[in-house]
Design a protein around this ligand. Structure first.
Ligand code: NAP
Length: 241
């Protein structure tokens, strides 16, 4: 049976794992271990120690297909996995959801990084940081902003005690996002162009209200996607099973 290594950490990866488990496939899911997650089947946790480490693990475990369903903003693992798969003689499939596209009524400022967003926001603004706990650091020096962070994990706020933290996990509805925007009257939202539906409601509400969105572009150098959705990935994988 074809042995598959599924690189996860996303909703897409979980759906692929479920599909593979239903199909009785021989697969292992790999997670970085940053957050808790529940996947069917065998799960291994932690980095491989770089490209060579991953290539050796692939060879040692006789992996024939690497399915890379990691997050579009996980900038290191995908180029590494592609190279490691090549070194180990395994196939490499990249599953990457579509990015969000600007519509006519959107007020987006596209930026290359959170640091760039942090440097551009007008003084005095009330800002919704929808950037995850790990994305808050570039904003900590902006004491002239009112900052509201929403994240799954507790962010490290240094000595900033004035930042509002909302601990929550998506998906979020348009109604709940409307209520949040109404409560805080945000002047700006900062987010990464992750794409997908689970985080898209805030974009809809920002559009409705004419709120400025600092949209971080996807990192450069990611392997070109093989497919965009879990269904398409499973269809492709059925050819190899
Ligand atoms: P990253 O910067 O691309 O990767 C850093 C290192 O973490 C990699 O070089 C690798 O270590 C290890 N790693 C990453 N994903 C792994 C996996 N699935 N299995 C085993 N090792 C992995 O990644 P990141 O941005 O820190 O994200 C970590 C994980 O969280 C990813 O798997 C991603 O799918 C998920 N995630 C990330 C974001 C985001 O915005 N970045 C959002 C949601 C979910 P070695 O070099 O030692 O192998």
């Amino acid at each position: 049976m074809t042995r598959i290594l599924l690189l996860g950490g996303t909703e897409e990866a979980r759906e692929i794992a479920e599909g593979l488990a239903d199909a009785g496939a021989d697969f292992v899911t790999s997670l970085a271990g940053r957050t808790e997650a529940h996947y069917p089947g065998t799960v291994r946790i932690g980095g491989f120690g770089g490209i060579e480490g991953m290539a050796e693990a692939l060879k040692g475990d006789h992996v024939e297909v690497v399915v890379d369903a990691t997050h579009p903003f996980a900038a290191e693992i995908s180029p590494k996995a592609r190279r490691a798969a090549r070194m180990a003689g395994a196939r490499y499939l990249r599953v990457e959801r579509q990015r969000w596209r600007r519509s006519g009524r959107d007020r987006w400022i596209s930026v290359n990084s959170l640091e760039e967003a942090a440097s551009l926001i007008d003084s005095g603004a009330t800002v919704f940081l929808a950037v995850g706990a790990g994305g808050v650091a570039p904003f900590l020096d902006r004491r002239d902003l009112t900052l509201v962070v929403r994240s799954i994990e507790e962010p490290d706020l240094g000595n900033r005690h004035d930042i509002v933290v909302i601990r929550d996990r998506g998906p979020f509805t348009i109604e709940s996002e409307r209520a949040l925007f109404e409560e805080w009257g945000f002047d700006a939202v900062v987010m990464k162009n992750s794409g997908g539906s689970g985080a898209a409601a805030k974009l809809v509400v920002a559009r409705e209200r004419g709120t400025l969105v600092y949209m971080v572009r996807r990192p450069q150098g990611q392997p070109w996607p093989t497919v965009r959705t879990p269904d398409a990935a499973l269809k492709r994988l059925r050819r190899y099973l």
